[in-house]
Design a protein around this ligand. Structure first.
Ligand code: GCU
Length: 347
C-alpha cells in the first residue's frame, strides 16, 4: 500500500512537470506568434531619408505598427531604392510594392483629370492649394482612382516649383529659349516647357544630378527642398524663384494589397495616413525655410523674374490650358474661385 502510494506520487509529479513544460512551451509559442506581424508591407519613396515626405512615411509606419499592435509592419525604402516613380507604379499594379508617395506629375498621364490639379499658375499660394485639396474638390479628384489598381490615402505637400540652371540666371522668358530643361516624365510638364520656349528632356528624378553635371541638360525645375536634398545646386547654382507650378503629391496603397487587409486594418491605415499628412505639412514648411537658407549660404544665386515677366510666363501657358483643361473648364473655375474667396476675406 505504502509502495503504491509512492508510485502514484512519483507519477503525479512527473505528469505535473510534463504539463507545466507543455504550458510553458505553448505560452512561449503564443507570445512569439502574437509578436509576429501578420503583414509585412513595402513602401517606396524616391526622396532621401531625411526629406519631409520620407520622415512622414516613417511616422506613418510607426503609427500603423502601434495601432495594429505590431500586426502590420511597413518597411520604408527611400532614395528610389525600389525603382523610379514609373517603375514603382508598375509594381504597385500587381502588389509587388504595397505603398508609395507619388507626385501627381507621374500619375496624371494615367488619370488625365488630375492634370487639372497641377496646372501652371493655378493656385494663388499654398493656402489656396490646401483649401482645394482639403475640401470637396480634393475628394472629387481622389475619386478618379476608384476602381483603379491604386487606392489614394492622403495628400502630401510639395510646395512650389521654380527653375534652376547651370549657366546664367533666368530673369526673362526669353532666357529659357533653346535651353534643355529636365522635366518629370509627364506630358503636361513636357508641354509647359515647350510652351515656354525651352526643350523638355523627360527623365526620372534620380537621374537629374548626373544630367546636370555632364551637361546633358542646362537646367531643371523643382521645389527648394528637392533642389537641396538631391544636391542639384552644385551643378546648377542659379535658382529663379518663379514658382510656375504647384504639384500636389499622394500617398497610395496598391489595391491588391488593400483588398487583402481586414477592414479593421484598412481603417487604421487610412487614419494614420491622414495623420502623417498633417505631420508632413508641418515638416514641409520648416524644410522650405531651412533649404532656402542653406542654399543661400552654399553660394546659390537666387533671382526673381524681372518686372512684367511673370505675366509673360502666364500668357505663354494658354496652349497648355487649351489642351489640358478642355472639358474641365468648370473645375478650373471652381478651383480659381476658392482662391478669390480667400482674398475677399483678407483685410
Ligand atoms: C518632387 C517629388 C518627387 C518627384 C520630383 C520630380 O520633388 O517630390 O517625388 O520625383 O519632384 O521632379 O521628379
Amino acid at each position: 500500500m505504502k509502495r503504491n502510494w509512492k508510485k502514484w506520487a512519483a507519477l503525479l509529479a512527473t505528469a505535473a512537470v510534463v504539463l507545466s513544460a507543455a504550458a510553458y512551451i505553448y505560452a512561449q509559442r503564443k507570445a512569439r506568434l502574437e509578436a509576429q506581424p501578420e503583414f509585412v508591407l513595402t513602401y517606396a519613396e524616391n526622396q532621401t531619408e531625411d526629406y519631409p515626405t520620407t520622415k512622414a512615411a516613417f511616422y506613418f509606419a510607426q503609427l500603423v505598427a502601434e495601432r495594429t499592435g505590431g500586426k502590420v509592419e511597413i518597411q520604408i525604402h527611400p532614395d528610389s531604392a525600389l525603382g523610379d516613380e514609373l517603375a514603382v507604379m508598375d509594381q504597385m499594379e500587381f502588389g509587388g510594392i504595397d505603398f508609395t508617395r507619388v507626385s501627381l506629375a507621374t500619375i496624371a498621364d494615367i488619370f488625365p483629370k488630375l492634370n487639372i490639379l497641377q496646372m501652371p499658375y493655378l493656385y494663388k499660394d499654398s493656402d489656396h492649394m490646401w483649401k482645394v485639396l482639403d475640401g470637396k474638390l480634393g475628394s472629387l479628384f481622389m475619386e478618379e482612382l476608384d476602381g483603379s489598381p491604386f487606392v489614394p490615402l492622403s495628400w502630401y505637400d510639395a510646395g512650389a516649383r521654380s527653375f534652376y540652371t547651370t549657366g546664367t540666371p533666368l530673369t526673362h522668358l526669353e532666357d529659357l529659349k533653346g535651353l534643355r530643361i529636365r522635366v518629370a516624365e509627364s506630358s503636361l510638364m513636357t508641354d509647359v516647357i515647350t510652351a515656354l520656349g525651352a526643350i523638355p528632356v523627360p527623365m526620372a528624378f534620380d537621374q537629374v544630378y548626373q544630367a546636370l553635371e555632364t551637361g546633358q541638360i542646362d537646367g531643371a525645375e523643382n521645389n527648394w527642398p528637392s533642389y537641396e536634398a538631391m544636391r542639384h545646386y552644385r551643378p546648377a547654382p542659379y535658382f529663379t524663384e518663379d514658382e510656375h507650378l504647384r504639384i500636389p503629391e499622394m500617398q497610395l496603397i496598391s489595391r491588391k494589397t488593400w483588398e487583402k487587409l481586414p477592414q479593421e486594418y484598412q481603417e487604421i491605415i487610412l487614419g494614420c495616413a491622414k495623420e502623417s499628412a498633417r505631420y508632413q505639412r508641418r515638416l514641409w514648411s520648416e524644410r522650405v525655410r531651412t533649404a532656402k537658407n542653406d542654399m543661400e549660404k552654399a553660394g546659390v544665386t537666387t533671382s526673381l523674374l524681372a518686372p512684367g515677366e511673370r505675366e509673360k510666363f502666364i500668357a505663354a501657358m494658354k496652349p497648355v490650358y487649351d489642351k489640358y483643361s478642355a472639358g474641365y473648364e468648370d473645375l478650373v473655375k471652381a478651383i480659381r474661385a476658392l482662391g478669390e474667396e480667400e482674398s475677399q476675406t483678407l483685410p
